[in-house]
Design a protein around this ligand. Structure first.
Ligand SMILES: C[S@@+](CC[C@H](N)C(=O)[O-])C[C@H]1O[C@@H](n2cnc3c(N)ncnc32)[C@H](O)[C@@H]1O
Length: 407
């Protein structure tokens, strides 16, 4: 237990009364000196507190690199494509992506820059050490700037502070002597309460502010957010607390030494994204997303196998080294990360719906005949991979590889 941090939180409650869970979570994870993430104490992977897709191995980054390359092509193989990552931890995902792109797609590599949005200096240092070999490719910012390309995050949203609201009541954090306890209070009837969305168990204002910001800064391109959560009708907002691969019973245990997360309620994010002019390019679980990528580029696995001359996918898998197979199983298996994680892709200024259900789509290499450099695209489509009610890309739009098996 971080006694300094715990005492700081206690002092604040003693001075001002009960605090929202969002404020408590903000201190536990992001207090500038003592927070679990901001202090650099967070540890991911076998020797840390929990696993993520990234800590499973380089395969995840290699799959995403292929998806980013397709997005780059959809944007007309532009020369100033930026991959933005937020929540980059120690920079491992960035390195996996850059190594893969450098090896497999040199033209894309030449065109791209990798920008990490990282507010914490200690994590920036770690990232720059991991990315030593890509000094000329990587840049850091402490906030989002306008960009063309793709914004990527893995488990960023579940780490954002949430208020615990159910119906008209909110759970606040209070003290009984020195012990932290939850107390319930009716929501105040002020303007803040009227802005709250429908009855949900958690209210993630930070995630809504984040999507507002991303939508405003994205000039043209995509947003890919991977996280664990559910759509509104299945949503159960249970705070999860983890340390050394164990679930703790309460967020008041090991404050500043444990990770605290809340499953993402995707519907709210999607609605807000659409209100900001983004369109849903796809939404599916990780199993289907990665299967779509593998089936589009089977050589991603073939190149990792001992015998790269084998051609059938089953044989490729059998030949892939044991580590790769284990990683693949962890990422894909529905009982492991395959179903627990979902992938949301949003897009902006990729293809504009026009009259008659067709798309006015920017073409990679315009013939110059069209006055605005665009042409009509009329590919067939299948309208799956979207929450009901969400406005997705026009029904004629070609799908990204990751969403071809979306359901
Ligand atoms: C659960 S970790 C995921 C790390 C990494 N993406 C992975 O999958 O292994 C969440 C990360 O998001 C970071 N984070 C939270 N809010 C952030 C923000 N507003 N900007 C940048 N990073 C943020 C935290 O510092 C932490 O490194």
């Amino acid at each position: 237990m971080n006694t300094v941090l715990t005492e700081l939180i206690r002092q604040s409650i003693r001075a001002h009364g009960p605090v929202s869970f969002a404020w408590f979570m903000q201190q536990a994870l992001y207090h500038p000196e003592h927070g679990y993430y901001s202090s650099g104490r967070c540890a991911i992977g076998r020797k840390g507190d929990y696993f993520t897709n990234v800590s499973v191995g380089p395969l995840f980054g290699e799959f995403l690199a292929a998806q980013f390359a397709e997005m780059w092509e959809r944007l007309g193989s532009v020369e100033d494509f930026i991959i933005i990552e937020q929540g980059a931890h120690d920079g491992q995902f960035a390195r996996d992506v850059l190594e893969s792109v450098q090896k497999r797609a040199p033209e894309f590599f030449a065109a791209l820059r990798y920008r990490i949005v990282e507010p914490f200096p200690i994590l920036q240092d770690r990232q720059s050490r991991t990315l030593e070999g890509f000094r000329d490719k990587v840049e850091w910012r402490d906030s989002l700037q306008p960009f063309l390309g793709v914004h990527f995050s893995n488990e960023l949203l579940d780490a954002m502070p949430v208020r615990l609201i159910s119906g008209n009541m909110e759970k606040l954090v209070d003290l009984e002597d020195d012990k932290f306890v939850f107390v319930e209070r009716p929501l105040s009837q002020g303007a803040a309460a009227s802005k709250l969305p429908r009855d949900r168990d958690a209210f993630n204002q930070a995630a809504l502010d984040w999507i507002d910001d991303v939508a405003a800064k994205l000039q043209r391109g995509y947003v890919v957010a991977i996280d664990y959560g559910r759509l509104e009708d299945e949503f159960q907002g249970n705070v999860q607390v983890r340390a050394q691969h164990r679930n703790l019973d309460s967020p008041f245990e090991q404050i500043g030494h444990a990770d605290i997360t809340m499953p993402v309620e995707w519907s709210t994010i999607i609605e807000r994204a659409q209100a900001n002019g983004l369109r849903v390019a796809g939404f599916t679980d990780q199993h289907h997303f990665l299967t779509g990528i593998i089936s589009t580029w089977p050589d991603l696995l073939q190149a990792r196998s001992w015998n790269s001359s084998v051609s059938s996918r089953r044989v490729q898998l059998a030949a892939a080294d044991r580590k790769t197979k284990r990683a693949l199983q962890t990422l894909l298996h529905p009982e492991m990360l395959g179903r627990a994680f979902q992938v949301l892709a949003l897009e902006k200024n990729i293809a504009e719906p026009a009259e008659g259900g067709q798309l006015l789509q920017p073409k990679p290499h315009s013939t110059g005949k069209e006055s605005d450099g665009r042409s009509w695209a009329t590919q067939p489509i299948h309208g799956i991979g979207c929450p009901s009610g969400a406005k997705r890309v026009d029904r004629e739009a070609p799908r990204l590889a990751g969403f071809k098996f979306a359901h």
